[in-house]
Ligand binder design. Structure first.
Ligand code: ATP
Ligand code: MG
Length: 475
């Protein structure tokens, strides 16, 4: 570490920008047309933090979208104008995705659900309306002149998240920035300064003006952050979570001095952070896995507390919440299914299941990905400080996974079907299509799950026994 991180990072920046030759090439074209071009925002920030390697390059320019279009035409491999209304021209070139946005000004009409676009006249004006100082740095190309009027470089070195202008004005212009505050705290190693945190606390209810989709997109980025617990905690402590994720705030249940139990909120944060960061669905499930607890808590005296069926209640609550946040249906299903099943494994540790129990667990989990997620969630859910207990549970999960692998080998578990199909059943029993056929199929499927693979002969014998017992003619 150098004594003066600012200078050393600035020098680093100059070197790093040189390795986006495509940016210089584009800058020269804008220059030739009398326009300014800057690498800006997240691209500059991430290049400083992680070095070059970005495939998405963000630019700001003095040129208007129509002018930008003319400048990149014939040079770029392809051009998109879908964002031109908002000042952005997108282009592809040599595998890079380029977003070139006309300078914006900081004038916003109050009360709009989406920020409105007013063009600005200079990079300084543009940077002043950006969300945070670490996102308000720019590098002029091809000259490599660094513009950092708000001290973003030193804030990045100090890990400080600050707004370029006073936070009340900034958050008032676009309340989504309050959620972005938490998002960046979760994703990179920065912490909001007091002024920003206080403003978010005071203005949390302004989030109601913001579309749920924009909030969801930020939550999706926050949840996969390396510091996700810090980001969620910021949402909760400022009151922002009350506006779009109240179930998570509610995990901070009042502690009863007599009935000690572990803090469900802290536990939930720990579980999220223990889940792999690259799995957004799993992490969302982890965040929400215990939200059914406050509503199901019961005290039984002698310090005993229970949360009966909290996984069922929690899955239901999660479905409503995620729907409200406009999550796609398949993602909602995947998340709620994990929540509903997150307790299923418990008990196995006390008494390992039969093969039938293991098969049912695999089947109920769903496909391979869902099963892998369920097992990861179950492992992450073990946050007890009691080391013996933690080791026992992890060992039991190792054991269950080994049993699943063994069973898989022995039979193609994924392909489980009743040993006879509907036509065979009808022909054998002389049935017409109807509910009896379905019941016979279900009986055979249950038998197949209980007993494992069987021959057709055995299956027909089961069918006969079933028909004699209670099947035939019971419609
Ligand atoms: P990432 O792309 O990794 O999500 P990013 O910083 O590039 O991070 P984007 O949402 O892509 O974030 O925005 C690009 C840049 O635009 C930001 O760095 C910031 O300068 C500016 N910006 C984005 N959203 C806002 C906003 N709501 N208010 C002000 N400035 C914003
Ligand atoms: Mg970006």
């Amino acid at each position: 570490m150098s004594d003066d991180p600012t200078t050393s990072q600035e020098a680093q920046l100059a070197r790093l920008v040189a390795v986006y030759p495509i940016a210089d090439e584009l800058g020269a074209r804008f220059s030739a047309h009398g326009h300014e071009l800057y690498l800006v925002g997240g691209t500059v920030r991430d290049t400083l933090l992680r070095g070059p390697g970005a495939q998405d390059l963000d630019f700001a320019t003095s040129a208007r979208p129509e002018q930008t279009e003319r400048i990149v035409a014939g040079w770029a491999d392809s051009i998109w104008l879908t964002g031109a209304r908002f000042g952005t021209v997108s282009a592809h070139k040599d595998g890079y995705q380029l977003e070139i946005t006309t300078f914006r000004s900081d004038a916003y009409p109050a009360g709009s659900r989406h920020p409105q676009v007013t063009y600005g006249n200079s990079i300084e004006e543009d940077l002043a309306r950006r969300d945070f100082t670490i996102n308000a740095m720019a590098v002029r190309v091809p000259e490599h002149r660094f513009a950092d009027p708000h001290g973003g470089l030193s804030d990045l070195a100090e890990g400080a998240l600050r707004t370029p202008i006073d936070p009340e004005t900034s958050f008032g212009d676009d309340p989504l920035r309050m959620v972005r505050l938490a998002r960046f705290s979760a994703v990179i190693d920065v912490r909001p300064d007091d002024a920003a945190t206080k403003a978010a606390e005071a203005m949390a209810d302004r989030l109601d003006e913001i579309s749920r989709e924009r909030i969801r997109d930020e939550l999706d980025k926050l949840i996969v952050g390396a510091h996700v617990a810090r980001g969620v905690d910021l949402l909760v402590e400022t009151g922002l979570a009350d506006r779009f994720l109240p179930e998570v705030s509610a995990l901070r249940m009042q502690h009863d001095p007599v009935h000690h139990h572990k803090d469900v909120y802290k536990h939930s944060l720990a579980v999220v952070e223990r889940c792999p960061a690259d799995d957004r669905i799993l992490r969302l499930a982890a965040l929400l896995h215990d939200i059914g607890k406050p509503a199901t808590r019961q005290f039984h005296g002698h310090g005993k507390v229970s949360f009966h069926h909290h996984e069922v209640v929690g899955a239901r609550m999660a479905r409503a919440r995620l729907t409200e946040l406009r999550y796609p249906k398949d993602e909602i299903e995947a998340i709620c299914h994990l929540i509903a099943l997150h307790l299923r494994f418990h008990g196995y540790a006390d008494e390992p299941w039969t093969d039938a129990g293991v098969r049912r667990y695999v089947r109920d989990a769903g496909d391979d990905l869902a099963l892998r997620r369920l097992n990861l969630l179950t492992r992450a859910d073990v946050t007890t400080r009691n080391r013996r207990k933690a080791e026992r549970l992890q060992a039991a999960m190792d054991d269950l996974e080994a049993r699943i692998a063994a069973l898989r080998e022995q039979e193609a578990l994924d392909a489980i079907r009743p040993p006879l199909d509907g036509n065979q059943i009808m022909r054998h029993l002389g049935l017409e299509p109807g509910p009896d056929v379905g019941r016979a199929r279900q009986m055979l499927l249950d038998a197949r799950l209980d007993q494992g693979p069987m021959s057709e002969e055995e299956a027909y014998a089961l069918l006969d026994a079933w028909a004699d017992r209670d099947g035939r003619g019971s419609q």
